[in-house]
Design a protein around this ligand. Structure first.
Ligand SMILES: Cc1cc2nc3c(=O)[nH]c(=O)nc-3n(C[C@H](O)[C@H](O)[C@H](O)COP(=O)(O)OP(=O)(O)OC[C@H]3O[C@@H](n4cnc5c(N)ncnc54)[C@H](O)[C@@H]3O)c2cc1C
Length: 420
């Protein structure tokens, strides 16, 4: 086996890989992060910045069946399935539907709750460690509705969330308009989630974590990992420029993690991507105090340091098809009528990213192949929310000494690879 140069090679410099790399370096390990892009240029670049601890339900419910025809016919709808991608997506959709049966559904909710309930504190510890607590605002978020006939659905959602101990308050229209006076008078009220937050610049968060990691000795190598092999005493990774060996590898390349996982573990993980879009409005500051999601229009608006970010929509079209940027611009059309005064789109920038999604809505966080292969991917719509807690869990997997310190963390059993 070629010379082992590092304790751990982290493949992927998104929010998950970088948070884990910093954690592992803080634990005294020699870490290298390998990614063909600069840190934070995948899905972690352009997400909605919402620390969405209230999202404890799977990514879809049975109504997806009713919506399937619209998904195929309407290229601008909130959910889109590309016809050409249908044969690839069908096995994933079948698994998604099977996971909506009672027992797997309950497992998913328990798994998401366990991660989300630890997320906010884990983020505070991580940002405090790098002295950048200013990047996170914990001021809550709001889900608003406009039509009276939406009220029963929102009331039902509130009851379901309360059953899961999600802190949630019903806000009448008056409370909404007092707190977010720029929203249209058509807003009838909404659900306020006090234990949620938002990042004022999600890319900056990755950048700052990567800078702290570099200062702690983590090496960043700009290469694509093409494959890998288990070896005596470690793992070798094949990159464009040769081979790199480490005692352990952490696969954290988001929606692109399936191929390397199969190469190293022999396991085919049903990972797909829910492509999402944003439209960044640099002229829009001070419109909202915190993230606001529209129940009927199905997108989120987050106030950030660089303006207002409109984000959301789900598109099933795989990793290779070019972005449908009209979907990003559609977010502006969707915002029309939500504010008293229309949003200014001057110098707006569209973006698309790949959410890494597994059909049971839970990530894989695991240690396999006698601890040589660590896995941290598949965080779907919640990768930003769950990155800090994932890093603590990975830290606990690697150093047995940390395990007792991490007894407050979710048990790994719900996130194992062998559930597939
Ligand atoms: C529109 C949108 C809005 C979202 N909003 C939110 C939100 O508000 N809150 C929230 O919690 N989450 C949100 N998410 C989800 C969140 O962004 C993702 O779950 C998270 O960014 C995933 O992080 P990651 O590190 O796993 O993947 P990524 O950030 O995609 O990083 C993966 C990295 O792996 C690298 N890579 C890929 N293949 C290889 C290879 N072969 N070799 C080396 N490197 C490789 C890529 O270059 C990339 O840098 C949103 C996502 C989208 C698209």
């Amino acid at each position: 086996m070629p010379n082992i140069t590092h304790d751990i090679a982290v493949v992927g410099a998104g929010i998950i890989g970088v948070a884990c790399a910093l954690r592992l370096a803080r634990q005294g390990l020699q870490v290298v992060v390998i990614d063909p892009q600069e840190p934070g240029h995948g899905a972690s670049f352009g997400n909605a910045g919402h620390l969405a601890t209230e999202q404890v339900f799977p990514i879809a419910d049975l109504s997806i069946l009713k919506r399937l025809p619209a998904m195929l016919m309407d290229p601008m709808g909130p959910l889109r399935l590309d016809w050409k991608y249908l044969p690839c997506a069908l096995p994933w959709f079948t698994r998604l539907l099977l996971n909506l049966r009672s027992a797997p559904f309950q497992r998913t909710v328990a798994g998401l709750r366990a991660l989300n309930e630890s997320s906010l504190e884990a983020w505070r510890r991580l940002l405090d460690d790098i002295r950048r607590l200013d990047l996170l605002k914990v001021e809550g978020s709001l889900l608003v509705f406009e039509r009276q006939d939406s009220r029963p659905a929102l009331e039902a959602l509130q009851r379901r969330m309360q059953q899961q101990q999600v802190p949630v308050d019903w806000w009448q229209a008056g409370a909404v308009h007092e707190t977010a006076p720029q929203l249209s008078e058509k807003i009838q009220g909404g659900l306020f989630f006090p234990n949620t937050g938002h990042f004022i610049d999600p890319y900056r968060v990755v950048f700052e974590l990567a800078s702290a990691a570099k200062a702690c000795g983590v090496q960043f190598v700009k290469q694509q990992v093409e494959g890998g092999q288990l070896q005596e005493g470690g793992v070798s990774l094949i990159t464009e420029n040769g081979t790199l060996s480490a005692r352990q590898v952490l696969i954290a390349c988001g929606a692109h993690s399936a191929k390397l996982t199969a190469a190293l573990t022999g396991k085919r993980v049903p990972l797909d991507t829910e492509r999402g879009y944003h439209l960044m409005l640099p002229q829009e500051h001070d419109r909202l105090p915190f993230p606001v999601t529209s129940l009927e229009r199905k997108f989120i608006m987050t106030p950030m340091s660089e303006g207002l970010r409109l984000a959301g929509t789900v598109e099933f079209a795989g990793l290779k098809a070019p972005p449908t940027m009209a979907r990003a611009w559609q977010l502006h059309r969707l915002s029309k009528g939500l504010f008293r005064e229309e949003l200014n789109v001057e110098a707006a920038t569209p973006w698309m990213g790949f959410r890494p999604s597994l059909p049971d809505s839970l990530p894989v966080i695991d240690s396999v192949c006698d601890g040589k292969v660590l896995l941290a991917f598949g965080h779907q719509h919640l990768g930003l929310t769950q990155a800090a807690v994932t890093a603590e869990m990975v830290g606990g997997m690697v150093s047995p000494a940390m395990r007792s310190e991490s007894c407050h963390l979710p048990s790994l059993k719900r996130y194992r690879l062998d559930r597939f």
